[in-house]
Design a protein around this ligand. Structure first.
Ligand code: ZN
Length: 199
């Protein structure tokens, strides 16, 4: 890559660190950016910096938001007695898109994976248990992915929560094994939610 200037190389290198972006895509994106009008490039870089500076975890459900408490937790029409536990904010967005779930969420930001060395303390699990001990909760719906990590996490949470007497359920199969929730269509998601089984 010596035939590019060091500025171009640096841009390619930074882009190739993004998930799913290989060396070729990084090159393509870099040249696309260099061909963009200056003001568009400035808008792009400003929106990256602003998002990073202003987005934080909701103090209640830990989803990514630009307010202290996210709009879902703040909405008086949501049923605060039902908490759906998801792995990340994208999964939350997938359920929100169905428009049929009226409870609130808890975002773990990951899943337990002994293979990758990710333990219960590395995800927002303590925070979930704290919510359950403070608030009046009737049901915890575990909607982690059906991957090995998602299932391990679901089992772990169920064991933790059950002694409290709170109902614990798991979204039904129908979500393909190893499937990432965000790629599953809304009908399948709704069916998985409605067909959830008590653990
Ligand atoms: Zn929230």
């Amino acid at each position: 890559m010596e035939y590019y200037s060091s500025h171009i190389n640096k841009l390619i290198e930074q882009l190739s660190r993004l998930p799913g972006i290989g060396a070729k895509s990084a090159q393509r994106l870099a040249f696309h950016i260099l061909n963009m009008p200056k003001d568009q490039v400035e808008q792009l870089s400003a929106s990256i910096v602003n998002a990073k500076a202003n987005v934080q975890y909701c103090k209640n459900c830990y989803t990514l938001t630009d307010q202290e408490i996210c709009p879902i937790c703040n909405n008086p029409r949501r049923n605060r007695k039902v908490i759906m536990v998801v792995e990340n904010t994208r999964d939350l967005a997938a359920y929100e898109k169905t428009g049929k779930y009226d409870g609130v969420y808890h975002v773990l930001h990951g899943a337990i994976s002994p293979m990758l060395g990710i333990g219960p303390d590395d995800i927002k699990l303590k925070e979930l248990m704290q919510r359950l001990s403070q608030d009046d909760i009737e049901e915890v719906i575990i909607a982690t992915n059906s991957s090995l990590e998602g299932e391990t996490t679901a089992m772990y949470i169920s064991k933790l929560v059950k002694p409290s007497g709170i109902r614990v359920s798991r979204i039904a199969s129908g979500v393909p094994v190893g499937g990432d929730l965000e790629y599953i269509d809304e009908v399948t998601l709704l069916r998985a939610l409605e067909g959830r089984v008590e653990l």
